[in-house]
Write a protein that binds this ligand. Structure first.
Ligand SMILES: CC(C)(COP(=O)(O)OP(=O)(O)OC[C@H]1O[C@@H](n2cnc3c(N)ncnc32)[C@H](O)[C@@H]1OP(=O)(O)O)[C@@H](O)C(=O)NCCC(=O)NCCS
Length: 167
């Protein structure tokens, strides 16, 4: 099994971040082609420095290929995780697990008390996995209409840090 190496996204790799985000939009099953094209053209209009400013981005490298990424936005006590994406040919090899475990570790080490993320209600694979990782719904659930204007909801999931998934 090839080694999965997680590293910070250095500014010179900003275009790789854009490439991954583009693919995330273009392979999102809830987006029609008009909306996907509009979103990718907005993404393409952002300059590379601004694209990666204000957050910590991490990428997964497998056999010298950048295969996935994730973004961490630390706050005072709460870290927001977003943009988790793995390229289709590389899925189900533990790459998202490695990315997630890395950002949870960084968040814990930098004193964040909880991690949060939004997940779309249609994304059952990710939803079930997040629950297994120790994320849970807020009570009452924090819902918002899909940020991309599709039918359905995004739900906020929260994981206290410093606890094992089974705790
Ligand atoms: C969700 C996603 C990031 C998973 O990436 P991945 O590298 O394939 O995930 P991993 O191989 O690390 O597997 C993570 C877990 O998800 C499960 N999983 C992944 N794909 C699955 C599938 N198609 N069906 C069932 N379970 C699946 C794995 O079994 C694993 O769970 P386990 O640790 O309990 O065994 C990837 O499918 C993706 O990029 N999807 C599109 C973007 C997206 O939905 N991002 C999440 C936004 S909230």
């Amino acid at each position: 099994m090839p080694e999965i190496c997680i590293t910070p996204l250095y500014p010179e790799l900003a275009e790789e971040h854009r490439r991954l985000q583009r693919q995330m939009i273009l392979t999102d099953p809830t987006l029609n082609s008009t909306l996907a094209n509009e979103l990718t053209s907005r993404l393409d209009g952002i300059n590379p420095a601004r694209l990666i400013a204000g957050a910590h981005h991490y990428i997964a490298n497998v056999d010298n290929n950048i295969t996935g990424g994730v973004t961490l936005r630390p706050g005072v006590e709460n870290a927001l995780i977003s943009g988790l994406f793995v390229e289709e040919p590389y899925r189900r090899r533990g790459i998202a697990s490695a990315l997630m475990s890395h950002v949870l570790e960084v968040a814990t080490q930098t004193g964040q008390r909880q991690a949060t993320l939004w997940v779309a209600d249609h994304n059952q694979v990710a939803y079930s996995w997040y629950l297994r990782l120790g994320f849970g719904s807020t009570e009452p659930p924090t819902l918002r209409l899909s940020s991309l204007g599709q039918d359905g909801f995004d739900e906020l999931l929260v994981k206290p840090l410093g606890e094992t998934p089974d705790a």
